[in-house]
Design a binder for this molecule. Structure first.
Ligand SMILES: NC(=O)c1ccc[n+]([C@@H]2O[C@H](COP(=O)([O-])OP(=O)(O)OC[C@H]3O[C@@H](n4cnc5c(N)ncnc54)[C@H](O)[C@@H]3O)[C@@H](O)[C@H]2O)c1
Ligand SMILES: O=C(O)C(=O)C[C@]1(C(=O)O)C=C[C@@H](O)C=C1
Length: 370
């Protein structure tokens, strides 16, 4: 998805982005592309220079007077950095993007920071990579961006931060910091632990076993490649909530293990198959609740599978042909099989367009298995 960079930005004045890694540089790129004056700051001169060279904004000058400061540094220093920015820019509204919200808020309140000018934030978008080089201007497009204003927040501050999030292409959701932390424990933090633990089982698997890995394993373990230092901070910052979700997960796992042990002892163990089926069905019911694009209900897309030769430019050619067929691409997944010189592209489109697309691609010389 691309943002409409030609539409005028709602954000006016200078935005100072502190922490020019993945999140900070992605927001800076989105804002700068829409004409917003973006100033970049990071204790790492390399991170700052990279962000500038990628087109995310400019270096700070002596006369900068930011209207808005976006803090995108690691969670364990976020409260200190927000407090310092509130103090150094006494007329600016300060927001942040840290994945935990209640701990930093309590620290700021205890330190006597001016909370009237602080609005906590958390875009529900990211990647398993970090640093400016992984940044993308469309990272937030269509994704929820949580804002956690408080009773102390002064009028207008929330709207200013809302405009920034909207200029980045996000859909703003407001909630309290505690409610946020409980929610992300279920939808982000416990899933990260589960993915990492599943992937960790692969360390001792034999080479022939790992070579059989298919798309299911890749889907479940993508985020296992996340940054351990960042996640240690996130999990520690939301420890009680994440522990509660994981304890429920452990109880469910114990049920499944119990059923499997019962079947090992007696292949006809009464109730065991039912418990296994329920575990899978419950997962399906949970998954069905995940919203689709723009927070809407998941659309039931049809998938057209296309064989793509493993050569430079082939995927771009396929995307060009999908577009030339007049079909909107809703999603795309690539499946590589070990030792094969082709990949399978699973092209998701609206059901009404699937047959037309398959016919058009076959006519264009693509192999589209029935
Ligand atoms: N990675 C994700 O998927 C994701 C998604 C949503 C929110 N977040 C949150 O965004 C924040 C940044 O994460 P990221 O993935 O961009 O990490 P990152 O490692 O890519 O970038 C962090 C940047 O902060 C800088 N930094 C370190 N200490 C600093 C300090 N004291 N003051 C200012 N800058 C400092 C680093 O030099 C680095 O450039 C974190 O709080 C994280 O919880 C991350
Ligand atoms: O998609 C990813 O790779 C993410 O890391 C995204 C994700 C998430 O769990 O959804 C991870 C942590 C952030 O705080 C917000 C977003």
């Amino acid at each position: 998805m691309t943002l409409d960079a030609s539409a005028p930005a709602r954000t006016t004045g200078t935005v100072r982005v502190v922490g020019t890694g993945l999140l900070g540089t992605s927001a800076a790129l989105a804002l700068h592309q829409r004409g917003v004056d973006v100033v970049l700051a990071d204790p790492s001169p390399t991170a700052m220079a990279l962000a500038r060279d990628l087109g995310a904004g400019r270096f700070p000058g002596p006369d900068d007077d930011p209207r808005l400061v976006l803090v995108a540094c690691p969670p364990d220093v976020v409260a200190d950095v927000v407090a310092a920015e509130l103090a150094s820019h006494p007329s600016a509204v300060v927001t942040d993007v840290a994945s935990v919200k209640n701990g930093p808020l309590l620290t700021l309140r205890a330190a006597g920071a001016d909370l009237s000018r602080y609005v906590g934030g958390h875009p529900m978008a990211g990647r398993e990579r970090h640093g400016a080089v992984a940044a993308r201007s469309d990272l937030f497009a269509g994704r929820p961006w949580v804002l956690t204003s408080t009773a102390e927040t002064r009028p207008g501050a929330l709207e200013l931060v809302r405009d920034l999030a909207v200029d980045c292409g996000a859909a703003v959701v407001t909630m309290g910091a505690e409610e946020h932390d409980a929610a992300v424990a279920v939808v982000s933090h416990a899933p990260q632990v589960a993915a990492s633990l599943v992937a960790a089982r692969l360390r001792e698997a034999s080479e022939p076993a790992v070579a059989l890995a298919g798309q299911g394993l890749r889907d479940v373990t993508r985020i296992a490649a996340s940054d351990p230092a960042l996640w240690a901070q996130i999990l520690a910052g939301n420890a009680a909530e994440v522990a509660d979700v994981l304890a429920e997960l452990r109880a469910d796992l114990d049920e499944v293990i119990g059923a499997l042990r019962a079947l090992t002892a007696d292949p006809a163990a009464p109730g065991a198959r039912g418990r296994l089926a329920r575990a899978i069905a419950d997962g399906g019911s949970g998954r069905d609740r995940i919203p689709g694009k723009h927070g809407s209900a998941p659309a039931a897309y049809a998938t057209v599978v296309v064989v793509v030769p493993d050569q430079p430019g082939e995927l771009a050619r396929l995307l060009g042909d999908v577009s030339a067929a007049g079909v909107n691409l809703e999603d795309l997944r690539l499946e590589h099989s070990a030792g094969q010189r082709v990949a399978l592209a699973a092209v998701d489109v609206l059901p009404a367009a699937a047959e037309h697309l398959a016919t058009a691609l076959r006519a264009g010389g693509w192999t589209v298995p029935l």
